[in-house]
Ligand binder design. Structure first.
Ligand SMILES: Cc1cc2nc3c(=O)[nH]c(=O)nc-3n(C[C@H](O)[C@H](O)[C@H](O)COP(=O)(O)OP(=O)(O)OC[C@H]3O[C@@H](n4cnc5c(N)ncnc54)[C@H](O)[C@@H]3O)c2cc1C
Length: 387
């Protein structure tokens, strides 16, 4: 379908597609097998200017929005979700600075993120605080002109590889979720180290690691916005990045569909190409319909988010839920089209199905997204009845 992209948007799409086809696909199997971070590919993305897609021009970026970011993410994901998550993890880390950072913070950090000189990451989750983010225990205590950080963040994408970390910690536990604040912490700050590197089911090229803070002192100027803004910054960041998770879903589902159609046109059973069996055709037709529906929703939501509406948590969550569920279903069906060969590591759909699962889990599980969508719906209908 034609989504009427501008010349600039097509250029971003082409750049990301070229990186995916030429640099990612040839090595994705090896990166997955060795659970290796794609350092060289990140450099290629940097040289291509892809890290600057959604960063404002005055800070060295391309000046695109959520939509342009989705286009790049979708194409990168067609190559490998693990690599694409490493790429997109940097804009996840940049968004708190872009949206709530001071002018000094933006000038100090965004140009390096935009050029890809330094990768960024976002750290919220802890061992006992996943969906219930209000339960985080990591603290920051003001001591003179510095905050002293103590605690451990878990499962942080780009952990150890990124150099700039936007983290959410408690500055006033007595205020509950209103006592959380956001900070920027740089790699190599004394007292900041990296713990366990996870071994995962999928996205194995992506680094997922603990961030450990032990009496880590950072200048008080590294706080993003004001004390108590931690969860507002988190929610606004995810509102901007969840369409990107949807774009990962679209890219992955499209790649799996392409593999399935190609295979169905080649594989013969009972003396016929399996694509001639209506059962297979119908499965492919449903897969293609879902992919296009997911793309249409993700693009529409991303474009809407870029108009800066007042509240877009509901639609942002919808894009994430719908496209990630599509990715899970379509990659599973792609394995089915491949039959036993689909279960073997020598074919890419096996990895795609393993990779897809994470999209239903991170940046807020799909259950939590449905809670948010349901609550927003209920509130909307209540306010309609009052007016
Ligand atoms: C590979 C990977 C990368 C990640 N990257 C990052 C990162 O870069 N930064 C970061 O901060 N975090 C990151 N995370 C953490 C991720 O965001 C959390 O895993 C996610 O928010 C869910 O938290 P949990 O895993 O603790 O699950 P839990 O919160 O323990 O949930 C377990 C189950 O219970 C359900 N559940 C929980 N509460 C409710 C409820 N109220 N209603 C309905 N169902 C509920 C959940 O949907 C889920 O099915 C990453 C995780 C992984 C696996």
């Amino acid at each position: 379908m034609d989504y009427f992209l501008t010349e600039e948007q097509k250029m971003i799409q082409d750049l990301a597609r070229k990186v995916a086809q030429e640099k990612v696909i040839p090595v994705r199997e090896e990166l997955d097998e060795k659970e290796e971070f794609p350092t060289e590919i990140m450099k290629v993305c940097a040289d291509a200017g892809l890290f600057g897609v959604c960063i404002p021009e005055e800070y060295g970026g391309f000046g695109g929005g959520v939509f342009e970011n989705c286009l790049a993410v979708e194409e990168m994901t067609k190559g490998c979700l693990g690599v694409a998550v490493s790429y997109a993890g940097s804009s996840l880390g940049a968004y708190p600075i872009m949206v709530y950072g001071s002018e000094d913070q933006k000038r100090k950090y965004l140009p390096d993120i935009a050029t890809g000189k330094r990768l960024a990451a976002f750290g919220l989750t802890e061992a006992n605080a996943g969906s219930d983010a209000g339960a985080i225990q990591t603290t920051a205590v003001l001591d003179g002109d510095e905050y002293v950080l103590n605690g451990t963040k878990q499962w942080i994408t780009n952990g150890g590889e990124a150099e700039i970390y936007s983290i959410i910690v408690m500055t006033d536990k007595s205020r509950g979720p209103r006592g959380a604040s956001a900070f920027i912490v740089e790699k190599d700050t004394p007292g900041f180290s990296f713990g366990k590197k996870e071994k995962k089911m999928g996205i194995r090229a992506s680094a997922t690691r603990e961030l450990v803070f032990q009496d880590c002192r950072i200048p008080k100027e590294n706080m993003i916005s004001r004390p108590g803004m931690g969860f507002i910054i988190t929610m606004k960041t995810f509102d901007k990045t969840r369409p990107g998770v949807g774009a990962h879903g679209v890219g992955l589902a499209q790649a799996a569909l392409d593999e399935a159609v190609r295979y169905a046109r080649e594989r013969e059973q009972f003396g016929r190409k399996i694509i001639s069996f209506q059962a297979v055709q119908h499965m492919l037709a449903d897969m293609a319909t879902s992919v296009e529906a997911a793309r249409a929703l993700v693009y529409a939501v991303a474009r809407f988010v870029d108009t800066n509406p007042k509240d877009y948590s509901k639609v942002s969550g919808m894009a994430k839920v719908f496209a990630s569920d599509v990715a899970m279903k379509v990659t599973t069906d792609a394995v089915q089209v491949f039959g036993g060969y689909g279960y073997m590591r020598e074919y890419p759909v096996e990895k795609m199905m393993r990779d897809a699962k994470i999209l239903q889990i991170f940046e807020g599980t799909n259950q939590i997204q449905r809670n948010v969508i349901g609550l927003k719906l209920s509130n909307e209908y209540a306010s309609r009845r009052r007016s």
